[in-house]
Design a protein around this ligand. Sequence first.
Ligand SMILES: *Cc1c(COP(=O)(O)O)cnc(C)c1O
Length: 363
Amino acid sequence: MTAPAPKPWIDAIAPYLPGRTTTDSGVRATKLSSNENPFGTGAPARAAYAAEAGTLDRYPDPGATLLREALAAKYGLDPTRVIYGTGSDEILHLAAGAFAGVGDEVLQVRYGFSVYEIAARRVGATLVVAPDKDYATDIDALLAAVTPKTRVVFVANPNNPTGTYSNRSDIARLHAGLPADCLLVIDQAYAEYLAPGADDGALELARGAQNVLVTRTFSKIHGLAAERIGWGYGSAPVITALHKIRAPFNVTTAGQAAAVAALGDDAFVDRSRDHNATWRAWFATTMNAIDGLRAVPSEANFSLILFEGRLTAQAAFEGLMERGYIVRWLPGQGLPHALRITIGTEEETRGVAAAIADMAAAA
Ligand SMILES: *Cc1c(COP(=O)(O)O)cnc(C)c1O
């Protein structure tokens, strides 16, 4: 008997591999593989979530009104131009779905977020990959890869899995070099981890340009990964198109309430960002001091460690697993020689660093 045949472009998709939660032997371990907040969720967000236990029988507000208004007030936005999604992942899929299809090209950097490729292939578009510049986003290479068929350009800033950052003039130059009919998606999943005052100017571009979509998430610094809430900002025509194809009740009631509370909890965000900056710097210095290891400069809440000496990334990945640390090894993304490690608590960060140092000394 023949089963229904998926479309060939769906068949060609390599499935997304989530960060693992258990070791090879099934033990629950320290999870440093999904860039979650080691402090968990702020108390106000948890309370707002819990307070919605009595509303489970009702559909959520399909317009996410309070959330859009809170975002607009915080970032100086027009609330009618805010889109929200079941994670920012949904918004990335909406962007590809609304603006690209069979015969079109979707462009990304060499070491880009793996959801972009799935989003592009899902709609039958062709993924085009621009070379990196020592793991960082190369604006000239991206611009050189644009063709008349390019419909969407995905850039994460800071980027995942590299952690690298393109500054304001880089992003402005990228936007200025793109044709007006090409949508530039700037994925700011890690923007809150930037040093205070640092700003790549993406939201400002999205306020004024017709072809810019900025996406953000509550999954990372806000510690709400389980609730799946992302948002985006763009021009009215872009946002209107995204709304047409999003799921009707795509953000839960408790999630909307928790997100609004998290948005007002600056103390939690500041503490999370400051902790991350301190331990990210310590971790990079510690790794760079080990012969054969190199930390790619990161502005995010993780560090990509390159294994260029005797200790291989695979051996380190397996050794860390045995010692109870789950990190991200990404051979499927062209990084068989690297591990992406989330910055955890002080104890976790010291622990994973000591384990790597031990293995390097023994290799
Ligand atoms: C984690 C991440 C996201 C989004 O996650 P959601 O949980 O779907 O909001 C988006 N982009 C990048 C680059 C990420 O690392």
